[in-house]
Design a protein. Structure first.
Length: 295
């Protein structure tokens, strides 16, 4: 794969799986991007922290009855990140685009959430399902138009608000709320998820995405409550539990998930529990893609 050879370097393997690239169904790519992080930087160390945690987890998913080692994974290593954000996102778009051309499902490990912009831009047509405490809909943040706090605004402008669903929201500014209401962008507050339950949430998401065949899934680890995932860039109280998150995601994996990322693990802010949560989530989501549950 031309761009993968040019723009990546070797790293630990997710789950220790030495997959064959030609035969793989899922292509794993670390993206140690940490250029626009503001409150707690360090997400550039996230990809390998997740991989290291994955080496110490059992690979069998009781939720799906599948072993991740049997799913056809190939971890091609980490993207060579530049000091320039736009150049890095361009490299990312090209590597993800190659994976799509080869009929593989790309799995990106972050890294700051801005990387989602580069991944989504590799798709010709896709809706975005985001699990995140934040809306990331600011027009600019600290004078910057493209960052971890604005990338969803840029995607909304190019894709349209009807192609975006945000779940677990609990941290936003007035500007973001006004835009979401005006554009009729679907968002679900974490309090509503907790009070109304996972089945209600799944139905809300499926109804919102019913017109779209392909969906890109992005999981910001700060969607979880900090008691479960303290080592994230911007932790926010009153978040979801890992159980609730997986209960929602599993039945949604029948929606034609075409690619996904998991971002914002900043491992130096805890003793490893957040990376373990992230690896566990990735293992289960990979299995869900093979064997989604009915809602």
């Amino acid at each position: 794969m031309k761009y993968a050879d040019l723009y990546t370097h070797s790293a630990l393997k997710l789950g220790g799986v030495e997959g064959n690239l030609d035969e793989a169904k899922y292509l794993v790519l670390g993206v140690p991007l940490d250029i626009t992080s503001t409150y707690r930087p360090g997400s550039r160390f996230g990809p390998n922290a997740i991989r290291e945690a994955s080496l110490n987890l059992e690979s069998y998913s009781l939720r799906s009855g599948l072993d991740v080692e049997d799913l056809g994974i190939c971890d091609i290593g980490d993207l060579n990140v530049l000091g320039d954000l736009e150049g890095t996102l361009q490299r990312l778009r090209r590597v993800i685009g190659e994976a799509l051309d080869s009929k593989k499902i790309p799995i990106a490990l972050g890294g700051e959430h801005t990387l989602t912009y580069g991944c989504v831009k590799a798709f010709s047509e896709v809706a975005v399902l985001s699990f995140d405490a934040h809306m990331d809909l600011r027009d600019e943040y600290l004078g910057v138009k493209l960052s971890h706090a604005t990338f969803m605004r840029r995607l909304q402008e190019s894709l349209g608000a009807d192609r975006i669903v945000e779940v677990g929201v609990r941290a936003l500014c007035r500007e973001e709320l006004e835009l979401a209401e005006k554009a009729n962008l679907k968002y679900i507050k974490s309090a509503d998820v907790i009070r109304r339950g996972s089945q209600w949430t799944v139905k809300e998401v499926k109804d919102a995405l019913s017109s779209f065949e392909r969906v890109y899934l992005t999981i910001d680890m700060d969607v979880l409550d900090p008691s479960y995932a303290p080592a994230v860039g911007n932790p926010v109280p009153e978040g979801l539990s890992p159980t609730i998150l997986l209960d929602i995601i599993q039945p949604l994996c029948d929606r034609g998930i075409a690619g996904l990322d998991l971002v914002e693990v900043a491992p130096h802010y805890d003793s490893g529990v957040t990376a373990v949560q992230a690896a566990h989530i990735i293992f289960n989501v990979l299995a869900f893609l093979q064997c989604p549950a009915s809602s």
